[in-house]
Design a protein. Sequence first.
Lengths: 233, 153
Amino acid sequence: MSHDHHHGHNPPAPMVDEVSDFEALEIAVRELCIEKGLFTADDHRKFTEFAEHIGPTPAARMVAKAWLDPEYRKLCLTDSLTACKAVGVDLLNPTGFGTPSDYTDVRVLEDTPTLHHVVVCTLCSCYPRPILGFQPEWYRTPNYRRRLVRWPRQVLAEFGLVLPSEVEIRVEDSNQKCRFIVMPVRPAGTEGWTEDQLTEIVTRDCLIGVALPKPGMTSNIKLPVHKAAKPAH
Amino acid sequence: MAELNTTAPIDDLVAEAANWTPVSLLEQIKEQGRTWVDLAVDYGVTNPDPPWKTSLDGMCEVLAAGTCSSMAAVEKGWLAGDTDRSTLEGAPPLPLLERRWEEDALSETLYQDVPYPERQLLALVHSLIKRGLVKEEDLAARMKQVHERLAAE
């Protein structure tokens, strides 16, 4: 008797079937560090699990909620720690076990039609990871960090964000203890939207300030990373 | 906005990094290692990051964690040019600002043609070797074992 084996199973997702030297190097250096007592396997596991679980959704949801609820918007601006708790993140204890990136202040920067904020960390790449996940590569580069504070309008234009001259641009520099997210102006064409729908268009790039939210735009820009052509001075 | 210090140590570090002795093992990996950008294309995988990325991030964080009562004091010392942490109890093996600035310097010199996050990994290992926290020969031997171990699975 013949059987029909086509039961509608999806083919397995492709996977990389070789171990690169980089993968082997990461494993090797980690094992040696543990053996030498630089850190414990348990501590490393905790930090790695934290890295795996964070993303931009909490921050996006804060903005979406603020657009829908004037009282929550006020809370974001006056008591950001409580506002973060409303989206499930306790900034005073973000990991449950501590991290050198622990900090106690996240500020929400509210845009207006004539004021646009954008965030940077000139010293390294401080970023509000518990609510925004990991920073993109371009945010970490000296190219972005040195140039944004000097030529913000030009750097934003490289991201495709060209702002009229009457819009003031304010660059906020993050540090070890204080991080920022941007609350953009709610775009036209989102009347009657639910919180979930609004959350989807508040992308990571919007929360840093290098993009504006738009109906239909739910992904971040893919930017090639270049070394700065102009010297910093 | 506060005045930017345009003669910050990072510029000195970048200038200094141009003369850092390359680490042979890392140069070999740089030349011959297959990066995620290429592997993902070859195997049709859409994940933007390699599977070891979060482990690398975990390692960077845990190396910067310490029992020092004030992490700010460690970073402040580094910015002022004081890199001696021998008197600071519980100081971390590789504080964040040092590691990031060395990564910046190496990303503009020795590892400028390496994509991210492989560049971050090479810079981290370079910083560890430079400080004597791991040895190049130990790493080479362990990498060989790792390759053999994983090939046997």
